[in-house]
Design a protein around this ligand. Structure first.
Ligand code: ATP
Length: 938
């Protein structure tokens, strides 16, 4: 078949060419066979970095090159041992850097896999969802509004289907699609209306299609290079830290030069000072910072996945921690989306419905008495319309539970009994499932209805119109069945079924419907209205407007959709965390308000605003009220965008959920766009930065908690790394200024850097959150990373570490200032003090208050990292072969006491200070605000 002539073929030719039956799709054997010749349905990936290149990159770093040069120089000067040791340290550093970056890269790649698209196909007669990359030419796919078309397809059936193809054709408006062959030979892509192209979007309607081209053979494949996603996914924080890193390089280099010059001026040998300077510069520059930030982000994102929150865009992890408003859909996110009709209203009667779940088992009761459908034409019609105008299916699956019989008696079948339990499962929209189950309770099932009715056309539900209609034919003629939001539906009705007859829909009758609707909604029921009309013999209906008019209103169905159990708790957490939760729903105001009350969303003084009120408001009017609105009801997707923008104008960082295709603009405009993993459309998923794997509101709260924790962890290891580096530089700086000998030899400096920078910093990156993490107000979006006194903590601890190390050095050296062996002893003391001070300080970094506020053994990784760093320190001090290399000697008891006391001062003295000042503040009895503000301490 010529590549570009698919549009000319009819459905039968297509089936023949691909040897596939559209009713059953490919068989599994076919699929396996075809896979051998057809590749995966993927566009070729952009360039990826190989592990080898990643390893090589470690040696390309400017500072590493300088160090290698210096090593060469010291080798040439005859310091072979030094040279070899430095090379070993460089290699160890590179391996550490490689492991960090490799892990980061791998986690980012696995994230991509998680949000990979899927496709709904017919295989082996069953509809199933498979990864889009597994599609084969000949597969039969089902697509609906909001889906991204997973391969090039030829439409076999289309129901009011529109596709947005701007990525391919440049046409920004969605184009109508059909399934008829097009005879012309050369047809431009934009006019191939019976073809769906990979990567384009279905914006309305539903359709069935056969896959004709996959992967790089598709039209998108031809331009794949142009659409490769080149987003670097660097977060603003990463960018800012990169800038900071550059500044730190200059500062470290500047200070190093001062140290070297001062040393030479005080009589130190130039060659030794040169090597010490280079080592110091290498140690002082926090080269591991970017990789550790990436790891902290990536591991945090992995933790989020475990909690069912899938991050699509890394920068949103940061923004999550700043979220101050969550705008959440109601149905399915705050509620369970498990609908059951419990009440009906028809012809002025309120009826109760019994039964649970989607099982078509139960009764309809009128004042407690079961209804007989034979004598109730209006109720029969209501149930017919409810079932005919629904696409959901309910299926019974029977599971056999073989359990052992307790006791001694034996049954004829041995000691096992068989319990058959039947479960009714829903396929499709829960609202429609509830209606199908309702009709089934009175014997009106898909099978019984199919005897008299055949569906001809569907005008699918959309959340803008809030209605759905079908045209069905029956022996006596054709009928339009419509269901939807009662207030909207009533506007399309001119008549009503009342007392068994059709009467004009007078204002009094309308009011009765609205009152009944209000009554159900105030009990938190979701209400749908049902209407119909017979069609004239030759009536042609080409769009929903022509169909949904002059209808006869039949009645209402009210269904419960219980709130999710865990959501109440999640909402109270958000409140403590200073985050406002707003419900935005297409549902009726009264229903929404009732559920908002149940969940604790509606605050005292908070208001409910409806979509029609928003429509009448200017942006200014909306801004005046939006900060005080907790429930937006009967909104259309377009309102969501206005709500997001208005809240943003109030300075809020807004997280907004969405599922339908029309929600995408609002989801995109929000600071954190959130889509639904189960019910969400591809379009919204792609616009979002976070996907909820379980569609659950509490998952948003979990993600915010993780987002805050990740940010705090990044602050923790920035504090640790920089304070350590300040300590290292100042030890040398102070010594040179005071005309003392070098407190540390170059190799010791490099070893301190290796031992303390790598593992402990990484372990801080996966630290557990502090208890009150969700009791602070969200941080400001523009907050400086050094805010909340982080900068002060870095400088104060760094100065103390430097001073204490120098004091330990000096106190030891003082015993015999001119003895070379005492100098080595003093340098060993300084080395041990510097390492110990940093390893004690790392526990201090875990708390925003002091080391005394957290259990030091809680973070097992940190304990292990510190232990391994200690071992590395002891190895170079106590292993006789390494002592000459690292110029160390074993210390005696008195020296160890000195080391521990001086190393503990920076952390414990400052910690005691903060406890003391905390107590003083409390004893002054400060009035606590309801939401605690972020705590700081010295
Ligand atoms: P949320 O935005 O919180 O998910 P929602 O699911 O109630 O709320 P929509 O799906 O837009 O919002 O529904 C709006 C209204 O449309 C509902 O209150 C209901 O009356 C009506 N409706 C919902 N589903 C259907 C459907 N399948 N067919 C006809 N009408 C429907």
């Amino acid at each position: 078949m010529e590549q570009n002539s698919w549009h000319r073929l009819g459905a039968e030719e297509l089936q023949r060419m691909f040897s596939v039956n559209p009713q059953t799709g490919l068989s599994e054997e076919d699929a396996v066979e075809r896979r051998k010749t057809d590749g995966l349905n993927e566009l070729s990936e952009g360039k990826t970095v190989s592990p080898f290149t990643l390893l090589l990159n470690q040696f390309k770093d400017f500072m590493v090159l300088v160090l290698m040069g210096a090593t060469l120089v010291s080798g040439l000067l005859g310091e072979y041992l030094d040279a070899v040791t430095i090379i070993v340290i460089i290699v160890l550093n590179a391996v550490l850097g490689f492991v960090q970056e490799f892990r980061a890269e791998r986690s980012l790649r696995s994230l991509k896999q998680l949000s990979a698209p899927s496709a709904k196909v017919f295989r082996q007669g069953k509809s199933q969802t498979i990864p889009a990359k597994m599609l084969l030419p000949g597969d039969i796919v089902m697509l609906e509004s909001g889906d991204r078309i997973p391969a090039d397809v030829r439409w076999l059936e289309c129901s009011a289907l529109y596709a947005e193809e701007s990525a391919l054709t440049g046409e920004s408006l969605p184009v109508a699609k059909h399934s008829e062959p097009i005879q012309a030979e050369e047809v431009p892509l934009g006019d191939q209306r019976n073809i769906g192209f990979m990567g384009t979007m279905v914006t309305r309607g539903t359709g069935k299609a056969i896959v004709i081209r996959t992967g790089m053979d598709t039209e998108m494949g031809k331009i794949a290079d142009l659409i490769q996603n080149t987003d670097s996914q660097e977060t603003p924080l990463q960018n800012r830290l990169e800038q900071l890193g550059k500044i730190l390089i200059y500062v470290s280099l500047g200070l190093t030069i001062v140290v070297v010059v001062a040393g030479i001026m005080h009589g130190q040998p130039a060659a030794a000072m040169f090597l010490a300077g280079v080592s110091l510069a290498v140690a002082a520059i926090p080269e591991g910072l970017p990789a550790i930030v990436t790891i902290a982000l990536a591991l945090g994102v992995q933790r989020m996945i475990k909690r069912k929150a899938i991050v699509r865009k890394l920068p949103s992890v940061e923004t999550l921690g700043c979220a101050s408003v969550i705008c959440s859909d109601k149905t399915g996110t705050l509620t369970q989306n498990k609908m059951t009709v419990t009440r009906l209203w028809a012809g002025g009667r309120n009826l109760d419905v019994t039964g649970e779940g989607y099982a078509p088992v139960g009764q309809i009761l009128d004042k407690g008495r079961p209804i007989d459908l034979k004598n109730d034409q209006s109720l029969r019609r209501l149930l017919q319309v409810a079932a005919l105008c629904s696409n959901a299916e309910i299926q019974e699956t029977v599971s056999t539970d073989n359990s052992k019989r307790k006791g001694k008696g034996k049954s004829a079948e041995g000691d096992k009994i068989q319990n058959e339990t039947s479960v009714w499962e829903l396929k499709g929209d829960p609202t429609e499932g509830a209606l199908v189950a309702l009709s089934g309770k009175m014997g009106l099932t898909a099978q019984t209805l199919a005897v008299s009715f055949t569906r001809e056309k569907e005008f699918p539900f959309d959340s803008e119109r809030k209605l759905m209609s079908v045209i069905v034919s029956q022996p006596g003629g054709r009928m339009i069945c419509t269901k939807g939001a009662p207030d909207v539906l009533l506007g399309r009705c001119s008549y009503m079924l009342w007392d068994g007859g059709v009467v004009p829909c007078t204002p009094t009758l309308r009011q009765k419907v609205l009152d009944a609707n209000e009554g159900m909604a105030s009990g938190a029921l979701r209400v749908l209205g049902m209407a119909y009309r017979d069609m004239r013999p030759n009536e042609v209906v080409s769009n929903e407007k022509e169909a949904e008019c002059q209808l006869i209103f039949i009645g209402l169905a009210g269904m419960i959709d219980p709130p999710r159990r865990e959501v109440r708790e999640a909402i109270s957490i958000t409140r403590k965390a200073g985050i406002k939760t707003v419900m935005i729903t297409g549902d009726h105001g009264t229903t929404a308000e009732a559920i908002a009350h149940q969940l604790g969303i509606l605050q005292r003084g908070g208001t409910v605003l409806t979509g029609s009120q928003i429509s009448r408001m200017s942006e200014n009017d909306l801004d005046k009220v939006s900060d005080n609105v907790y429930v937006y009801a009967r909104v259309s997707p377009e309102h969501k965008l206005r709500i997001v923008k208005s809240l943003q104008r109030h300075g809020h960082v807004v997280a907004m959920t969405g599922d339908g295709v029309n929600d995408a603009p609002a989801v995109k405009a929000a600071d954190i766009g959130i889509s639904m993993g189960i019910t969400g459309t591809d379009v919204t998923k792609e616009a979002s930065s976070l996907i909820l794997g379980d569609d659950n509101f509490s998952t948003i709260v979990a993600a915010i908690e993780e987002g805050r924790n990740i940010y705090e962890n990044i602050r923790k290891f920035i504090r640790y790394l920089l304070a350590s580096n300040v300590g290292e530089i100042l030890t040398m700086f102070f010594a040179m200024m005071l005309g003392l000998p070098l407190p540390l030899v170059p190799i010791q400096i490099l070893w301190v850097n290796l031992v303390t920078d790598g593992l402990p910093a990484m372990a801080l990156g996966v630290d557990q959150p502090e208890k009150d993490l969700m009791e602070h107000k969200p941080r400001g979006a523009k907050e400086n990373i050094f805010a909340r006194r982080l900068g002060w903590k870095i400088v104060s601890r760094g100065i103390l570490i430097g001073l204490c190390t120098l004091i330990a050095f000096w106190l030891t050296l003082r015993i015999a200032p001119d003895s070379p062996s005492q100098l080595i002893r003093a340098q060993s003391v300084a080395f041990a003090t510097l390492v110990m001070a940093q390893l004690i300080h790392v526990f201090d970094c875990r708390s925003s208050r002091s080391v005394f506020h957290r259990n030091p053994f809680q973070n097992k990784y940190l304990v292990l990292a510190v232990l391994s760093s200690l071992i590395l320190m002891f190895v170079v001090m106590y292993l006789p072969v390494l002592q000459p290399v690292f110029k160390t000697v074993p210390l005696n008891f008195r020296e160890w006491c000195l080391v521990l006391v001086t190393a503990g001062i920076p952390t414990f003295v400052m910690g005691a200070g903060s406890v003391w000042s905390g107590k003083r503040k409390r004893s002054r009895g400060s009035n606590r605000p309801m939401i605690k503000s972020t705590k700081f301490s010295a």
